[in-house]
Ligand binder design. Structure first.
Ligand SMILES: Cc1cc2nc3c(=O)[nH]c(=O)nc-3n(C[C@H](O)[C@H](O)[C@H](O)COP(=O)(O)OP(=O)(O)OC[C@H]3O[C@@H](n4cnc5c(N)ncnc54)[C@H](O)[C@@H]3O)c2cc1C
Length: 474
């Protein structure tokens, strides 16, 4: 009799879960585990709201698994260093023959898995791993010169050229005949701190995730091209937290999108095409993380940007972290994240560019701040987004192209509705003046004065990049 365990990580679902389906197809008895490490969570700067979301989703996962007669057992480990032995000890104790998982592509995660394989081997326990986060294994698609892609457009072209509709065959689990004698046990979860405002915005579980997807595809996707840049319209899917923890699979998203567009990637419904592009961006950044390990080691993709002399002002940082820079669109974005655990993509770019260019502060501080507050915190997308905005990354905004937060505000929140929603101090402020902060205009409100001069800060940023290029002989 073959006994298997599915080790759940960022794939907290039963729909389209290849590790789970393969375990059920090849074993007589299947258990499921989740291994939590508080210290690892903290090392990776993961947020409290994501933590709470994780716990809520584990409870939902246990319910879904019980319909398949599979118990879910959660246990703690100190860190990724102790995990391989703890995993093996569990497997030995439960007389497991085979461990199944879906791959995670982070540097620390890859090392953890390598060590886990080594440890399992010592006890003659087999393992199988699968890909559920991407269509192509990171590193598989290469340029004509056989190199990893570092620019999105040719990556996407190759991605589409190589695509075969069979890739969208989803893994469907069958029900285990008899539940094993061991019971589900999530009791460790109650030892973990939970607290976050607004978790209600993010209902847990795969059916909630699929409802969100469905709702987006049927009521918003048609207009996505036009509405995706307007924070007040909320025209995006808001599925990122579900993708980050794997409550929804990217394959499921692509399949459901394609179904509504005659299985076309590049023609037909523009909104759906654009939206699927975004899912491919996600895969692109996973490739970058895999092919260029330096980005996971606190290094910029563009080597010359190591010489940039970032400023450091505690006062400015404090204002930024609280959403009190005096630039309403920047502050509204930050306050949205502090309130909801999520920030609209347009504002993530505006905020990150303001931080790294106008404030000229190190992108790594901003990257960390986002991870500490986002419910969808995802290393590769967050790192990619920050390095794009700071012009230190792959396929980045050129260093001299600096968003003007006032123009961005006028273009993407013309009536100041979003600003008013998140900055109560400006609730009654005249629309004509709401984008443009000036000391005297704001003196009648509690809203702070701008922390910097836009024009001067722009010139300062361009000079800092020029100096770094010169220092590196570019
Ligand atoms: C500075 C910065 C930091 C970011 N940090 C994160 C992060 O930690 N986690 C995260 O998931 N995304 C991050 N993004 C990407 C993007 O902002 C979010 O994925 C998006 O806002 C999520 O909202 P949505 O689900 O409504 O997206 P939709 O517009 O509905 O897009 C669908 C899905 O495509 C993916 N996607 C969309 N835009 C991008 C993008 N630019 N890069 C990679 N994937 C994308 C996401 O998985 C998203 O859920 C960041 C972007 C920037 C500029």
């Amino acid at each position: 009799m073959m006994k298997g365990v599915v080790w759940f990580r960022s794939d907290l679902r039963i729909d389209d879960n290849p590790a789970l389906t393969n375990a059920l197809n090849s074993c007589d008895v299947v258990l499921a585990i989740y291994i939590f490490s508080q210290s690892q969570w903290e090392i990776h700067n993961e947020s409290n709201i994501k933590h709470e979301f994780l716990l809520n989703n584990l409870i939902k996962l246990q319910e879904s698994l019980s319909t398949l007669n599979i118990p879910l057992i959660a246990f703690n480990t100190d860190s990724y260093k102790t995990l391989p032995q703890d995993l093996s000890s569990f497997a030995v104790e439960q007389k497991i023959d085979h461990v199944f998982w879906n791959n995670e592509f982070g540097l620390n995660e890859a090392l953890r898995d390598k060590n886990s394989i080594g440890s399992l081997k010592k006890y003659n326990i087999e393992f199988s791993s699968f890909n559920d986060q991407v269509i192509y294994e990171p590193g598989f698609l290469k340029t004509g010169q056989g190199k990893p892609f570092s620019v999105f457009t040719p990556f996407k072209r190759r991605w589409v050229e190589n695509f075969d509709m069979n890739f969208l065959e989803l893994a469907t689990p069958s029900k285990q005949k008899k539940a094993p004698s061991i019971q589900s046990d999530l009791s460790i979860l109650k030892f973990v701190k939970t607290h976050s405002a607004n978790i209600d915005l993010w209902p847990a579980g795969e059916s909630a995730a699929q409802d969100k997807l469905e709702d987006f595809l049927h009521s918003k996707a048609n207009f996505y091209n036009a509405s995706r840049n307007s924070p007040i319209l909320d025209g995006t899917s808001r599925i990122s937290p579900y993708l980050a923890l794997g409550i929804l699979s990217p394959k499921r998203c692509i399949l459901e999108g394609l179904k509504l567009n005659n299985y076309e990637f590049t023609s037909g419904n523009k909104g759906i095409c654009k939206w699927i592009d975004e899912i491919i961006w996600r895969e692109f950044y996973r490739n970058i993380m895999h092919s260029f390990p330096k980005v996971s080691q606190n290094q910029p993709f563009q080597d010359y940007t190591r010489s940039i002399r970032w400023r450091h002002s505690e006062k400015e940082l404090e204002a930024f972290y609280e959403g009190k820079t005096g630039f309403p669109i920047v502050d509204a974005g930050i306050r949205q994240m502090l309130a909801e655990g999520w920030m609209h993509n347009r504002l993530r770019m505006v905020v990150a560019m303001f931080f790294t260019k106008n404030m000229l502060h190190d992108w790594r501080l901003g990257e960390k701040f986002f991870m500490q507050h986002l419910i969808d915190g995802d290393f590769s997308s967050n790192n990619g987004g920050w390095q794009w905005s700071s012009s230190t990354g792959t396929d980045s905004a050129p260093y001299f192209r600096i968003f003007n937060p006032i123009t961005q505000s006028q273009n993407f929140d013309p009536d100041g509705e979003f600003i008013k929603k998140f900055i109560p101090e400006l609730k009654d402020f005249p629309i004509a003046k709401i984008h443009q902060p000036k000391d005297d205009l704001f003196s009648s409100t509690d809203y702070p004065s701008p922390i910097l001069d836009l024009k001067k800060s722009r010139i300062r940023a361009i000079q800092a990049f020029k100096d770094a290029r010169e220092a590196s002989g570019i």
